[in-house]
Design a protein around this ligand. Structure first.
Ligand code: ADP
Length: 430
């Protein structure tokens, strides 16, 4: 059933969307936490190194005659660490060089204008190979015996950052796999969740089919009895005759409702008997116009047939007759006295044919035009009921067209009229 398929799809989509959002947030948070953990770890390391370099340099300033072993500058030797010591006017005093691929870039940043002292910063530098190089740097100002020097300490953290990037890509791939699994799982679960609903729906459809079928017999008995009573010469009192007349008219409406319900229920159960044969659509339309003329005349409506000619189509004749009847009956019902209804056989080629029913009636508001094909939808319930409508006519018309692989469309201007156009295939086997 379409409704269950679309509900299942919708449930799956909502579930996958929620899962997708959740996974995105999770990946983002994991990435941020890893980034933060890595940054704080490395920042601590270079801050400690800057401290060591500053201490050693201060010692060197205080004892200019002692040569300090270079390895004393770092307590934790690390070949990725580098430092440069400058005087405030930019003269380089001492250094442990950074690798040749990053040195030209980082020297640019080593000035108090470009680098805030004591802050730890990560620079993304381009390299010749096109890959990004990540360098983390801090600076420290030392003042000893009126002498001021600026120390820049840094580290090439490319490997760590590329590790972080790879871990994040991995997380994204895992996230996508998890999302696919979740979607498949969600689809399966939605299918399971819908099973009881489907069963209940099947039972309800069966009930509607059974109930409408069973109701037909008692209704025809009541109808026959009402006819009998009306014909009884012993009942002469006008009031009683009127009551029996009312009973008859209500039973008639109910019989129509029951047979419409039965048709809808059977089409739901795919139990609708369809007998495809060849029929002349022009003839079916003109038969209908003839049959409905007295009804139209009662309302002073001119019912006109146009373009009728022989067009042989493959169809279930009874059902196409019912379709035409629904449309013409509606056109008469929803057209005020004195209006007009035109039934027109339209364009025809070897593949398909069209016919239309247009009226000069009350029209349908644009927002209702889609809903009128829904079961039990009536724009004006009171008016529809008064006219013997039950809101099933156009739903049945849609069902008949589904069986015939046809189409129906509506064009309407409120207050001016409505036109229903039907397209039918001429040959159903093709
Ligand atoms: P009903 O038995 O109430 O006529 P239908 O399914 O045939 O049920 O039509 C649904 C609703 O569409 C009607 O109640 C009416 O409001 C609207 N409708 C159908 N045909 C026309 C028409 N020709 N002109 C105006 N309104 C229409």
């Amino acid at each position: 059933m379409e409704i269950f398929r679309s509900s299942r799809l919708r449930l799956t989509l909502v579930y996958s969307f929620t899962m997708g959002i959740f996974l995105c947030v999770l990946i983002f948070l994991v990435h941020m936490s890893m980034d933060w953990a890595m940054f704080s770890e490395q920042a601590q390391e270079i801050s400690d190194a800057a401290e060591d370099v500053a201490e050693t340099q201060a010692y060197q300033i205080q004892h200019p005659n002692i040569t300090v072993d270079e390895t004393r500058y770092y307590k934790n030797a690390n070949d990725r660490l580098f430092f440069y010591i400058f005087t405030p006017d930019g003269q380089l005093l001492n250094f442990v060089r950074a690798s040749f691929r990053i040195e030209p870039f980082i020297l640019e940043f080593m000035s108090p204008e470009k680098f805030t002292a004591a802050q730890v910063q990560v620079f993304d530098l381009p390299s010749e190979s096109g890959r990004l190089i990540n360098v983390m740097m801090t600076s420290k100002v030392i003042r000893v015996n009126e002498i001021e020097q600026i120390i820049y300490v840094g580290k090439d953290v490319t490997a760590l950052y590329s590790g972080l990037r790879k871990a994040t890509y991995m997380l994204i791939i895992l996230g996508i796999v998890a999302l696919i699994i979740a979607t498949v799982f969600g689809h399966a679960m939605a299918g399971r969740a819908i099973i009881p609903l489907k069963e209940a729906y099947e039972k309800q459809k069966q009930f509607a089919a059974d109930a409408s079928h069973e109701l037909r017999t008692p209704l025809s008995v009541v109808m026959a009895s009402a006819d009998l009573l009306l014909a009884d010469p012993s009942i002469q009192e006008p009031f009683l005759k009127e009551v029996i007349g009312d009973v008859k008219s209500e039973v008639k409406k109910m019989t129509k409702l029951v047979s419409d319900l039965l048709m809808v229920a059977r089409s739901d159960n795919n139990a609708l008997k369809v007998k495809i044969q060849q029929a002349d659509l022009g003839d079916l339309l003109s038969q209908n116009v003839r049959m409905m003329t007295p009804l139209a005349e009662k309302k002073d409506i001119s019912l006109i047939g146009e373009g009728f000619k022989k067009v042989i189509i493959d169809c279930d004749e009874q059902k196409i007759k019912q379709l035409i009847l629904i449309l013409v009956d509606n056109a008469i019902k929803y057209t005020p006295n004195g209006g007009s209804v035109v039934v027109r056989l339209g364009e025809t080629d070897s593949q398909k044919t069209t016919f239309s029913v247009s009226d000069s009636g009350i029209g349908i508001e644009p927002e209702d035009q889609k809903k009128i094909f829904d079961r039990f939808f009536r724009v004006d319930k009171a008016r529809s009921r008064e006219m013997g409508g039950n809101g099933l006519g156009l739903a049945i018309a849609t069902e008949i067209l589904r069986i015939h692989d046809g189409k129906i469309s509506v064009y309407s201007e409120p207050g001016r009229g409505t036109k229903f156009t039907v397209e039918l295939k001429r040959n159903l086997t093709k």
